[in-house]
Design a protein around this ligand. Sequence first.
Ligand code: FAD
Ligand code: MLT
Ligand code: ZN
Length: 475
Amino acid sequence: MALTDQELIAGFINIIGQEHVITNSSDLEPYLIDWRKRYRGQAIAALRPASTEEVSAIVKLCAANQIAMVPQGGNTGMCGGATPNPTGRQVVISLQRMNKIRELDASNQTITVEAGVILQALQEAATAANRYFPLSLGAEGSCCIGGNLSTNAGGTSVVRYGNTRELCLGLEVVMPNGDILNSLRSLRKDNTGYNLRDLFIGAEGSLGIITAAVMKLFPVPVAQWTALVAVPSAEAAVELLNRFQAGASAQLTGFEMMSDESLALLKHYYPALASPLAGPNAYEVLVEISDYESEEHATQLMESILSGALESGCATDAAIASSLAQARKFWDMREHVPLAQADDGPNIKHDVSLPTSAIPTFVATCNEMLRKKYPGIRIINYGHLGDGNLHYNVAGPSSAETESFFVNRSKEIQALVYKEVEKLNGSISAEHGVGQQKVDYLKGHRGEVALNVMQAIKRALDPHNLMNPGKVVSL
Ligand code: FAD
Ligand code: MLT
Ligand code: ZN
């Protein structure tokens, strides 16, 4: 016979101790709501295990009692993937106490970390060992590596180092029945059968709970140069990207774009982060070059590519950061755009990717269509142009109207934007995942066969649909 909630809680306390079984409603609240405050669920408890064995024991108890499980890291996800459902018997399993760095092998350029290690702590551990961990995103002070792996996070250095998937060599995973899958290998080559690791990366906790990972490290670049560049159009931004790709090749480590409306919003909420360039400019681009040769080489590269771009007209103005503080300010500008949006109120988010060559057409078509249909709207378009990834977000005409505009217009605007994405062979989720936000779009977007395969994998690994149900693929 299945246990009652009280009996279950006693079982969890037996595994991890009373103080790590959170049931008090005010302490539970932060685990039940997402960063954007768009989703809210409920749970019997939030559980905070400190070891793989504890996670495994919790999962076995849940599986035996048909309790759904929602893995959670830093809870900074954008699609409601870490938020429990509004109904159903479920627990949140927070990995935050699993925050040990198990091993750093500087010679093999690898680091083995538990899932709850905060991204910034991982970067700092690499730096302390004179190595570089390149994954970087605005939420790095609170997101965890387990969450980064589970969303296959992108961020600002994908153009050179790839998504989180490309940075991972091995995983340890607690399966939906509580078995521990140990694939914590630090090998760059391993063709022994199916690649199980990649199944869990980007699965958003729907196939198992990642408890540890082996991540790649890199040599520390000798020099990093950052510039802010004004460009007159999306076409010019793509031309500038092509110039940097050709001129800097693998030394191009960041290429981020912000539209005039993104910069205006930033200036309104964070005046200290207003752009130093004379404006308004259709777009401003943040470019970063990392060099393994010398400071002089990096400077020369940046200056020569920029002077060619200014001459050609694809750039109209540029400021090269003259100090680390100024480079940090340029990055702060970019990273504060989503924070300014959060201050402003809800916006209709589109995390899309497209062939970079198609971006000017996408932006022109969507801007024209949406502005005509919804006069006065604000289009906060920014993102990782180097990866063909735009955050094409739409907000109501004024801050006061954002909530009602969001509630009444989200569905129709998303449908219109996604239609243009489909026409251009793009993706409706470049880096944020599916979570609960995009479950209903998956079939139309990926096609019936792909969805069938995903459902078959889900059923095979999680036959009782207990691992983050309702997220990614619905059964
Ligand atoms: P959570 O939000 O806790 O969880 C995310 C998903 O992973 C959920 O489905 C959850 O169930 C699952 N999960 C978490 N941990 C585990 C685990 N150990 N095992 C199995 N499943 C697990 N994202 C980008 O890709 N690029 C960006 O540039 C970027 N910038 C951001 C900037 C800001 C200001 C914010 C708030 C968010 C940003 N994000 C970005 C989104 C978010 O930070 C990433 O998706 C991040 O990877 C989520 O990590 P997390 O630890 O917060 O995961
Ligand atoms: C970013 O690139 O800033 C993030 O993905 C966050 C967002 O899109 O809001
Ligand atoms: Zn992003």
